[in-house]
Design a protein around this ligand. Structure first.
Ligand SMILES: [Fe+2]
Length: 149
């Protein structure tokens, strides 16, 4: 691990960026390929989710740059850094929801740890950005659970 506090924060942000990218792409894939009687509702819900994550990707990457590091931006780099897993299958609509709930819960958990890491380096700007992301993922968990209640 590097001794440079800014680099440590950039590393934390880069991992969140990679996981956000993998979940962004998974969600856009589900938007395209969801089928069944819940099609309209899920197609639109997934669009709201992927648009939110698309915007967040740019913010996270540019914060990495502001900290003096290069942002990861290739499929290989994202795959190496991310823990959220892509799904090569086309799941049923209900399975898509279950999988995304678990992924957004995992994101919220990772973000909670990431916030503590950057606060240890007194990087409150990154902490605020990550807290906004945690809020967004927790909101999606609520909305998907409400839909399936
Ligand atoms: Fe679309």
């Amino acid at each position: 691990m590097t001794n440079d506090p800014k680099q440590r924060c950039a590393d934390v942000l880069a991992r969140i960026l990679a996981d956000t990218y993998v979940l962004y792409l998974k969600t856009h894939n589900f938007h395209w390929n969801v089928e069944g009687e819940k099609f309209r509702a899920l197609h639109e819900m997934f669009e709201g989710q992927y648009r939110d994550m698309w915007d967040a990707l740019d913010e996270l990457a540019e914060r990495v740059r502001a900290l003096g590091a290069y942002a990861p931006g290739t499929p290989a780099k994202f795959a190496a850094l991310a823990t959220i897993e892509a799904n090569e299958e086309i799941p049923s609509a209900d399975q898509m929801i279950r999988e995304l709930i678990a992924d957004h819960e995992a994101m919220a958990d990772m973000l909670s740890k990431a916030i503590k890491s950057v606060q240890e380096e007194a990087d409150e700007a990154s902490a605020g950005m990550l807290a906004d992301r945690q809020t967004a993922h927790e909101k999606q968990v609520w909305m998907m659970k409400a839909m399936t209640a």
